[in-house]
Design a protein around this ligand. Structure first.
Ligand SMILES: [Zn+2]
Length: 246
């Protein structure tokens, strides 16, 4: 029996598999890496397997990503900008694309009976330790954009750390970042919380609010390369002729 057949023996997993497959056929690619992954595009879902302590949990996690995209969650991953700072938007968008989905579907994962640490790869066991080390190298002069990527890790749902570890790490972040950035972090965290609780599948307004609060401008963010119709501006609108990075 394959890993996937074994994983589908759990009714919750099999049910979700079937409901995803009704909208996008599922192709399984056997991978050898540390992480499972998936993509849902052009009417097809591809799930790549990886190392896991519980393949049923990992498959369920990837199916939840597919379900969200099948329900209309767009992926805002294209950036056009008029300034150097705007180039930093790309890694932030990639992280947000993933984490906003996690924040929304994590309750379903727990309801299906899986443990918080099964939400991630065993490789992520040291995530909190790495974040702590990273934060210790940062200070009040570090850009809020850099703190934000660590904030996303600290507030990510599930995982290996205890609530106490998480609270300590949140305190460390606040202590390292200085008063102004601390306020920014509280505001962007509130944006993410409010997205998690809402029912809309359009996270465009959340991305816009977060990027503006992080101090970006002269940036266009799109769900396709179709500029400017398929996206929105952070700050003033601009013409393609003024862009330095497409
Ligand atoms: Zn995920």
């Amino acid at each position: 029996m394959t890993t996937i057949e074994e994983a589908r023996k759990l009714p919750a997993v099999d049910q979700l598999y079937q409901s995803v497959e009704k909208i996008t056929p599922v192709e399984i690619v056997e991978g050898t890496g540390d992480y499972w992954g998936s993509s849902t595009a052009n009417g097809q879902t591809t799930i790549t397997t990886g190392k896991s302590n519980n393949p049923a949990a990992s498959l369920f996690h990837e199916l939840l990503h597919a379900e969200m995209k099948n329900s209309g969650y767009a992926q805002y991953i294209y950036v056009v900008t008029t300034n150097d700072l705007g180039k930093n938007v790309t890694p932030i968008l990639e992280a947000l694309d993933n984490e906003l989905q996690h924040h929304r579907f994590y309750p379903k994962f727990v309801t299906a009976g899986f443990r918080p640490d099964e939400f991630y790869s065993p490789k992520d066991k040291s995530t909190f330790r790495k974040t702590r080390e990273e934060l210790r190298k940062m200070g009040p002069r570090t850009a809020p954009q850099a703190f934000f990527l660590n904030l996303l890790t600290v507030i990510a749902p599930g995982g290996f750390g205890s609530d106490e570890d998480r609270t300590k790490l949140r305190f460390l972040l606040d202590a390292r970042c200085g008063a102004t950035t601390k306020e920014i972090m509280a505001d962007v965290e509130a944006e993410i919380e409010s997205w998690a609780k809402s029912e809309t599948l359009d996270h465009g307004p959340t991305i816009k609010a977060v990027l503006e609060r992080l101090g970006f401008n002269g940036v266009w963010v799109g769900k396709s390369k179709s500029f400017p119709n398929d996206g929105f501006f952070i700050g003033q609108a601009f013409d393609l002729a003024d862009a330095i990075h497409v």
